[in-house]
Design a protein around this ligand. Sequence first.
Ligand SMILES: CC(C)(COP(=O)(O)OP(=O)(O)OC[C@H]1O[C@@H](n2cnc3c(N)ncnc32)[C@H](O)[C@@H]1OP(=O)(O)O)[C@@H](O)C(=O)NCCC(=O)NCCS
Length: 288
Amino acid sequence: MPQAKRSEFRFFHRLRVRWAEVDMQKIVFNAHYLMYFDTAITDYWRAMAMPYEEGMQLLAGDLYVVKATVEFHASARMDDQLDVALRCERIGRSSIAFRGAIFRGDEHLISGELVYVFANPETQTSLPVPDRLRNMLEGFEAGQDMVSVAVGDWQTLGAGASAIRKAVFVQEQRIPMELELDAADATAVHALATNRLGQVIGTGRLLQAQPGVAKIGRMAVHRTLRGSSVGRRLLLALMDAARERGDQQVMLHAQRSAVGFYDRLGFVAHGAPFEEAGIEHLEMVKAL
Ligand SMILES: CC(C)(COP(=O)(O)OP(=O)(O)OC[C@H]1O[C@@H](n2cnc3c(N)ncnc32)[C@H](O)[C@@H]1OP(=O)(O)O)[C@@H](O)C(=O)NCCC(=O)NCCS
């Protein structure tokens, strides 16, 4: 496999080489590079906004590696910062081939090829790659947006919103269902994020705290996609809706773990921490 330039790729994983990964020759042990590619493919699905396990269930199959090749052009060493790139290069009847590359700065150290086969998980025999997955991969490699955000009422978006809120607040955070769903949903403006498979990956809602002041809440993003900008897109969509209806300010109750997220989007903490549904919260505000 020829040497490559960084500009030919998109990167999905950055790592710092640790002690445990170098061998007695003080260079990264060859098998680790395959693990680096395998870690990057996980972030590839995240970048495609696809919760992998649920996505594969929806597509009635799974992906199995049928061939993995690694070529070593130069060695990585302890403490090196490495960037792992991947590109989907070929989709056959049932096979999906990825080209991989690992760089230390602009130096191309490692090339790789991973060939996956879409197969029946029961029998592990190949199945045709579903058109939805093929279109998604081709769209992603063409730089298309993988996420759609819809804004609307409970009638339209309620089923999707309550499903992801149940997964996040009730199942994951163990907030009682009766606290989670409330009468305010019926009159709120809702935002719903979906991916190219139609999977619901996030939601949030917009209420009226007082005249001119919007209240955003029930922000929930799929566990596997946190940190991949879905939340930011939902929040910006709800803030646009508030601005359009004439609000001048927006407030929200942020869970302690999410304060940094809102802070980065210009929200400012206001008042002392308090408990809500057994979780520490901070009130945060922002001018629109
Ligand atoms: C991968 C597996 C499901 C393939 O099932 P299969 O029914 O034997 O596959 P097929 O013979 O129909 O081949 C499927 C595709 O893989 C391609 N393929 C098979 N062997 C290949 C190889 N060595 N290199 C590149 N492509 C290969 C075929 O060309 C075909 O591609 P196409 O459908 O796009 O034309 C099966 O071999 C398997 O389960 N292997 C073990 C998987 C595993 O444990 N991987 C590690 C953990 S993920």
